[in-house]
Design a protein around this ligand. Sequence first.
Ligand SMILES: [Zn+2]
Length: 148
Amino acid sequence: MVFRSHMDLALAEARAAAVRGEVPVGAVIARDGAIIAQAGNRTRELNDPTAHAEMLAIRAACAALGQERLTGCDLYVTLEPCPMCAAAISNARIARLYYAAADPKSGGVAQGPRIFTHPQCHHRPEIYDGISTAEAEQLLRDFFAAKR
Ligand SMILES: [Zn+2]
């Protein structure tokens, strides 16, 4: 099952982010089943509040393909994208979004501003949530428990 193994890779990126002291979120971009980019959160390392896993993966995938859009690409991410990343996903014309854990605090897809249903949103990906949710939630819980 391709979507499962790609989410497993996103989870591995999330785990690597936790080791770096970053909030454990990982993302993978694939096209026709082949991985084009993968990334984990690097906001602390880069001193960059936009360095979310999805943003880094989108930048890397666009650079790899030499284009400003990711038409036909799939994005796998371990946490519901925030409004910034959801807007970037829309601008990148990503075809399908797969995410694991819901994010009641900062999510912008199924809650909060619900970017993809906003009238100013010109491209809405197909959305599949609830993939590997338990693993992603456990990673986040462990990370924040260790912080306390
Ligand atoms: Zn984000």
